[in-house]
Design a protein around this ligand. Structure first.
Ligand SMILES: Nc1ncnc2c1ncn2[C@@H]1O[C@H](COP(=O)(O)OP(=O)(O)OP(=O)(O)O)[C@@H](O)[C@H]1O
Length: 116
């Protein structure tokens, strides 16, 4: 279980050091609260949890790639810029998908529960 300790440490460090991660943490808590309040179905939880996990994974990999890039190329370089921009693009794609899932799955359920 030593790997688990390091993995949890990675998550804690991400939340401590990255502003984006703190935003993800608040968003994750809000989505879980809303889902619990309106009573998401298991299939809805599946989509929402996939989107939430996807954003966390993308942010973890992006931050890891940023650190590796800084290690390999501490000075300004065109390649370092490309490497970081690609990784940031991956987070953006995942975040857009998570918003689409939220709009398609959560918003109709929230509106339904407000009308009842
Ligand atoms: N060594 C570098 N050479 C050229 N451009 C860089 C370099 N480092 C960063 N950049 C540019 O600046 C952008 C922001 O990089 P930075 O490492 O500050 O990431 P960040 O998104 O601000 O994340 P963090 O706040 O975690 O460091 C990169 O996407 C890239 O375009």
């Amino acid at each position: 279980m030593f790997g688990l300790k390091h993995a949890i440490n990675g998550l804690v460090e991400l939340i401590k050091n990255e502003r984006n991660a703190r935003f993800h943490l608040v968003s994750t808590a809000v989505v879980i609260y809303v889902g619990w309040k309106v009573g998401f179905e298991p299939s809805e939880w599946l989509w929402i949890s996939l989107a939430v996990a996807g954003v966390w994974v993308a942010e973890l990999l992006n931050t890891s790639l940023e650190r590796i890039t800084d290690l390999v190329s501490p000075e300004q370089s065109e390649l370092a810029k490309k490497a970081k921009d690609y990784a940031a693009g991956a987070v953006l794609v995942m975040a857009i998908w998570a918003i689409i899932v939220f709009l398609l799955v959560a918003v109709p359920r929230i509106l339904m529960s407000l009308m009842l």
